[in-house]
Design a protein around this ligand. Structure first.
Ligand code: ANZ
Length: 957
């Protein structure tokens, strides 16, 4: 039998060995125990989750993962990397005196469930809930210490009731630029009523305006407002798309359909009101610099000026960051969509208009129409590309440069975007590369006004490109009332801005790249808007008592699609198909009336904009979160001036959208007094990715990775050689490894250790199933150091450990503590391994004190085996709330002995050296010693006699 089945033989010889079967048994038992005991329940200071006051009194730690979308494909081993890391960290924090909140919910609205529903007819709720159940089972198997009482999914009506409630708060507020904060819209109305604030755009008093006029005025202020913004309309998919969902060549990422710019009435969030605060508050956050930089670039603050260029008794206003170069502005460009284009397109070309300017068209109108059609088919990204060949066409009009009275031709060109600045620019070809390329193509004058510092001279005719510098002298810039000659760029900007303001021809301004957030989607599987429209089309918020507004049943979840090339179509939302739901009679305080519901739904970012708050107080039916509870877990404190989650772990792909939207909602809730934290996430950590090898055959098709064989560095699949490349892990690349497989083969503790040992957490690493066994062996050795594999008896002894073991132990404790505190999980595991190996090598029974400390050190990393060994060591309690061991500093200093150095038999120096120093090292140390060198006085050496570690005798020549 032993010949045919060695594993079975080993089991007979060692029935108590740590095997996959034993690991499975241990892990299931402890997972049941934790659930039954509520081991990971974090007590709140009050409310339904109040608990142990001793725990509440401790310093808190709120440790959070970016929550998952419950996909039908389930988890592969790459997904839980971050969840394991936060779990290890949370466990360590529990063992070092903190009240730790750690839980996980599900971000469950979204497109895949809806598409699945369209294909199969299964209601998205049904498939999503099944996916959540499946994911919960997979996650439970990993032994994650979550407070499950706090978990929820964004699709739960009890949750999205509050998402809708927050929408109403945003709808019912406006941004007071003076106070630099959001305020209730009712306070604005009061200011209008009292006449304290003039009603912009109306000569009449507030009381004289109609309801529709008032609604329009307030719409200009509300932080959530409906507008007819140009959006990405994709008839082939039947929905509008976010910019991120559109490819560089203007097609839908999904399905590759054409995308058109269409004006549709959509909800928007006025995130731009918060641009400055979103920038400023980044400074105090503990985030990776790269992510902060991406947010700064996305917000894109530019300081410059608006300048008016007179034209036919009107003005074209440009935004420029370089008003200091105004004397070099030789032409202007409007975005093709600019509303003034028609007005300044005369019937005929002015006398003698250049051929290149007209594009060969008979009239300006014809040229403009042709160019507009061409520009409409390009995406913003394409239009902004740094390509040298610039296109455009002359409008037939000239404006006047306000500083020198010169006539400048007005062009339209697609390198100017409507959505930025004013959608119009003054072109300074000498000092802007795009303008330079355009000027060369259209034979426009180039005037140098910033003195080149690179020796190219001041004649642009000889240049190959623009001279771009912020650190040079202004030249050629004197006009009637103002001269900039000789000034530096900064002074010149200040001087000209002052002049523009004095003359009423412009003003200094700050511009942001950030746009308002398009908040409507023509989808089914999202939060309905708590908004109804009356017969005049005026939007009314639902009262809080009518929340949640639940998603109704519909016959068909799919968006209506159209001929992909038919830009003139309009989306039809799935919710609009339920007429009974859409048309309702409601009493909104002035008696029953007929209303029509908003039929768009919110984007799937909405649910993740505030979920950290609901974890705090998940069952509160009166408030989104109790203020005292919010203050306890997230309020500002030392080192965290804006408060927030203590640690947030997730992928770097969420640098801008989710993280910016969540920051924005936090600030609105903060301004309105609902929370004390103005930032959601104080510390952010981006984990790396687990990559996997992708094997492809000669046709480039991925083959199942698990069936590929390696032969001397080459790879073979069914007799054919295949190529190997590192890539993503996933079903489509046939290289997914599930945590379930690894748990079945080795247990969750081994999987946890392997994932944490693979490398620093923020670095991507290739998965290697064959290497997992290394961590399994570590656990087997750990087990053997405490339990007899044959009898199952605990083998530890009460004797004091020897000096060397004590040193190894305390060195490990000190190192592992520091590593866990700083999330260096891989090096923590290396130190645990070293100590464990020391115990294995020492032979003989392990001292109880050492075994217990080792088990406690392992507990955050491999909690199941730690619980089991702890119990077998005779403890009744769980390791989870035990104190993490503390190193005794006395054992951390290396022991030394005194070595005497003699020259010709006389003592010249004493050295403190390690008792284990080698003869060579000791000789070198002695000869390098200052006193010895001095005593030798440059004499040569005939002989050195070394008796390590205590004596060195030098015989000079
Ligand atoms: C004149 C000028 C001279 C400019 C010069 C630059 C250099 P940032 O820093 O990104 O804010 N611009 C303004 N609006 C634009 C639009 N809608 N589409 C394309 N370009 C636009 O860039 C601001 C600069 O980009 C502005 O300053 C303007 O060109 C251009 F030596 O004005 B500048």
């Amino acid at each position: 039998m032993s010949e045919t089945n060695p594993a079975a033989a080993a089991e007979v010889a060692a029935p108590h060995r740590y095997t996959a079967a034993l690991a499975a048994d241990i892990e299931a038992r402890w997972q049941d125990f934790w659930d039954a005991e509520g081991t990971y329940a974090a007590p709140n200071p009050k409310g339904d989750l109040a608990g142990d006051p001793e725990l509440v009194a401790r310093p808190k730690k709120f440790i959070m993962d970016m929550f998952p979308y419950p996909s039908g494909a389930g988890l592969h081993v790459g997904h839980p990397l971050g969840y394991i890391a936060t779990d290890v960290f949370a466990r360590f924090q529990r063992m070092t005196g903190h009240n730790v909140l750690h839980t996980l919910g599900f971000d469950a609205f979204g497109l895949p469930a809806e598409q699945y529903a369209v294909q199969t007819g299964t209601h998205p709720r049904v498939s999503t809930e099944a996916n959540i159940k499946n994911m919960q089972i997979q996650l439970r198997r990993l032994g994650l210490g979550h407070d499950k009482r706090r978990s929820f999914a964004t699709i739960d009506p009890d949750y999205y009731k509050w998402t809708q409630w927050i929408f109403l708060q945003i709808f019912n507020s406006w941004y007071d630029d003076e106070a630099q904060k959001a305020r209730p819209i009712s306070e604005l109305v009061a200011e209008f009523e009292s006449g304290e604030r003039p009603v912009l755009g109306h000569m009449r008093a507030w009381s004289e305006l109609s309801a529709a006029e008032r609604a329009d005025v307030l719409g200009e202020y509300r932080l959530a407002y409906a507008s007819d913004a140009p959006v990405n309309w994709c008839p082939g998919l039947g929905t509008v798309l976010a910019n991120e969902e559109v490819t560089a060549d203007g097609r839908s990422e999904r399905g590759n359909f054409p995308v058109f710019k269409a004006k549709l009435r959509q909800w928007n969030m006025r995130i731009t009101a918060y641009a400055d605060r979103l920038l400023d508050d980044l400074d105090a956050l503990d985030w990776p610099e790269a992510i902060k930089l991406q947010q700064r670039n996305w917000i894109g603050r530019s300081e410059g000026a608006r300048v008016d260029f007179p034209i036919d008794g009107e003005n074209i206003t440009v935004f420029t960051t370089r008003p200091d170069t105004l004397f070099g502005a030789t032409y202007m460009v409007l975005a093709p969509e600019h509303p003034l284009v028609e007005k300044f397109t005369p019937d005929a070309w002015p006398e003698g208009t250049h051929e290149v300017w007209t594009g060969g068209h008979a009239t300006p109108a014809e040229a403009v129409a042709a160019y507009r059609a061409q520009a409409a088919s390009k995406s913003d990204v394409e239009r902004q590309a740094e390509a040298k060949d610039k296109t455009g066409v002359f409008t037939g009009s000239y404006a006047t440069n306000p500083v020198n009275g010169e006539k400048v031709p007005v062009f339209i060109a697609d390198y100017v975007l409507m959505g930025y600045g004013t959608g119009a620019i003054m072109a300074v070809p000498a000092h802007d590369s795009r303008d330079f390329a355009f000027a060369r193509a259209f034979e426009l004058p180039v005037v140098c006004v910033v003195e080149p510092t690179d020796g190219r001279g001041t004649d642009p005719a000889t240049w190959d490109d623009a001279f771009v510098s912020y650190d040079a002298k202004i030249v050629n810039s004197s006009g009637e009332g103002v001269s900039l000659d000789g000034l530096g760029v900064v002074e010149a900007k200040a001087r000209i801005t002052e002049w523009l303001e004095r003359e009423g021809r412009g003003e200094g301004t700050v511009n942001f790249r950030l746009r308002d957030w398009l908040f409507s989607r023509q989808r089914y599987w999202g939060e309905p808007f708590p908004i109804v429209y009356d017969e005049d089309g005026i939007a009314h918020p639902l009262p809080e008592s009518m929340l949640p507004l639940e998603l109704p049943e519909v016959e068909d979840y799919s968006p209506r699609t159209f001929d992909p090339d038919d830009a003139d179509t309009q989306p039809e939302t799935p919710l609009s198909r339920n007429e009974d739901w859409v048309n309702v009679t409601l009493d909104l305080g002035d008696g029953p009336k007929r209303y029509r519901r908003e039929t768009n739904t919110m984007p799937n970012w909405a649910g993740s904009c505030w979920y950290e708050l609901r974890y705090l107080d998940p069952h509160n039916s009166e408030k989104l979160v109790d203020p005292e509870i919010e203050q306890y877990w997230m309020g500002p404190r030392e080192g965290m001036p804006h408060g927030g989650v203590d640690l947030y772990v997730g992928g770097a792909e969420h640098a801008v959208l989710h993280l910016l939207y969540a920051r924005f909602w936090s600030k609105v809730l903060y301004d309105l007094g609902h929370v004390s934290s103005a930032e959601p996430f104080h510390k952010l950590f981006n984990q790396g990715m687990i990559q996997a090898y992708v094997y492809r055959d000669s046709r480039g098709i991925a083959v199942p990775a698990a069936e590929v064989e390696e032969r001397d560095g080459t790879y073979w699949y069914q007799g054919e050689q295949v190529t190997r490349l590192l890539g993503k892990m996933g079903k489509s690349l046939k290289n997914a490894v599930t945590p379930d497989e690894i748990c079945a083969e080795y247990g969750a503790d081994t999987l946890r250790l392997y994932e944490m040992a693979m490398g620093p957490l923020d670095v991507s690493r290739p998965w290697d199933t064959r290497a997992v066994v290394g961590q399994f062996r570590l656990l087997q050795r750990l087990w053997r150091n405490v339990v007899d594999e044959t009898t199952g008896e605990v083998t530890v002894v009460d004797a004091e450990p020897d000096e060397e073991t004590l040193r190894a132990l305390h060195k490990a404790i000190d190192g592992v503590r520091g590593d866990l505190e700083n999330m260096r999980f891989n090096t923590a595991i290396a130190k645990v391994t070293e100590l464990n190996n020391h115990l294995t090598k020492s032979g003989g029974a392990v001292s109880r004190s050492v075994a217990e400390a080792l088990v406690l050190m392992v507990a955050p990393l491999a909690p199941h085996i730690a619980e089991e060994l702890w119990r077998r060591l005779g403890h009744e309690d769980s390791v989870v709330h035990r104190d993490f061991p503390v190193a005794d500093p006395a054992y951390l200093v290396d022991e030394t002995v005194t070595c005497v150095v003699q020259i010709k038999g006389k003592v010249k120096a004493r050295l403190e050296v390690s008792p284990s120093i080698s003869e060579d090292d000791l000789e070198k140390t002695a000869l390098a010693d200052e006193k010895v060198v001095a005593a030798l006085g440059g004499a040569g050496i005939r002989k050195v006699i070394v008796r390590a570690p205590k004596l060195v005798n030098i015989v000079p020549a």
